[in-house]
Write a protein that binds this ligand. Sequence first.
Ligand code: ATP
Length: 436
Amino acid sequence: MAKKAMETGLDKVVALCKRRGFVFPSSEIYGGLNSIWDYGPLGIELKNNLQRLWWNAMVHQHENIVGLDAAILMHPDIWRASGHVDGFTDPLVDCKQCKTRFRADDLAMEVCPECGGELTEPRNFNLMFKTFMGPVEEQAATVFLRPETAQGIYVNYQNVINSSRMKVPFGIAQVGKAFRNEITPGNFIFRTREFEQMEMQFFVKPGEDGTWMEYWRRQRYDFYLALGIPDEKLRLHEHKGDELAHYARAAYDIEYEFSFGWQELEGIHNRTDFDLVRHQEHSHKKLEYFDEIAGERYLPYIIETSAGLNRSMLMFLDNAYTEDEIDGEKRVVLKLHPKLAPVKAAVFPLVKKDGLPEIARQIITELRPHWNVFYDQSGAIGRRYRRMDEIGTPWCITVDYDSKEDGCVTLRDRDTLAQERVKIDELPHIILDKMK
Ligand code: ATP
């Protein structure tokens, strides 16, 4: 019987990530830095795959979406215009007894959940990291590490129109780091102070915003389904009343059922013309769009899709983590979608001699231009399979003595454990087909 991560908790995913080089605690030899993580050799492959798939789905699959890579440091007035300097705060309370800090809106009780002590009154805590530009540490030199990538898109929207002849409706996509001095980071890479966002801002004619909101809500939900997240572990949460951010007319969160509960994965927001109005006011530059066909000028409305790259990665790991048993032996297997898998195929010579390694190496040479593949000749075949299962490698290819005669190898499937005999020459096509 397969046992999913949901029942076994986050701990096993965390342990696997450390053991196999997906995620390491940052600065570990110095005792670590609270809730900051580094991505190891397999983690960066998974993260890059996810990012590329997102980019492909958003930018390459849509003629009217282009990419951007804005700087992390931006003019500080951008954060005044956006409302972050005044309003990007969380209510913070301290326990007077044990000094633990909490986000007031996370607390269900009026006393400290750790020790039962009395809590201070909530005070607003700004989540933006500040630093100084240039040699003088003074107020005028203060800049912020961006808390979201979106503003870099808004302030470049006219540059994009002027340089790429985009016409409304069109979108700008960006992947990049964001920083938030979260009061209560945690749950591994779920909530951290440094993270990456994958955001797309879609500029539409006012009045057409409702239709586009529906379109993007569906698209984004389907993205996760197509990569193997089951429908029952996803849901849409619509923001109502007080929940709606000051800038939003409508908002949905795509939520995933983590082992620690239903949590936001991605936000889809109708931000109206809020951001462009504010930037127009603060920059004193006209940001209107001129619709040549209708002969009209207007400020477009913006539909935003904003996903966390690290958080989605955690979802895919959590969903993929499975324990089962083969021939009475426990197996840990990451049932990642092949497109996400850090290593697509492993090639094993049955033994380290008699010309089998040479054939295996030849196969690696054939496959390497297309996929990240791995050669392994050490240990019993069963153990080599297990090592690959644990990191989610969908296919293992074994070269045996018969391969020398018939030019065939055994192709083993991670999930079904089926083994088929296939021609070496056909391997690239077979894998390409299976990948689809
Ligand atoms: P939350 O309510 O969880 O703090 P949010 O509503 O502030 O999130 P957004 O500002 O909409 O989040 O950011 C978009 C996405 O960025 C989120 O859905 C999430 O996937 C990701 N994200 C936000 N904050 C963090 C964080 N501290 N660590 C990791 N990912 C984050």
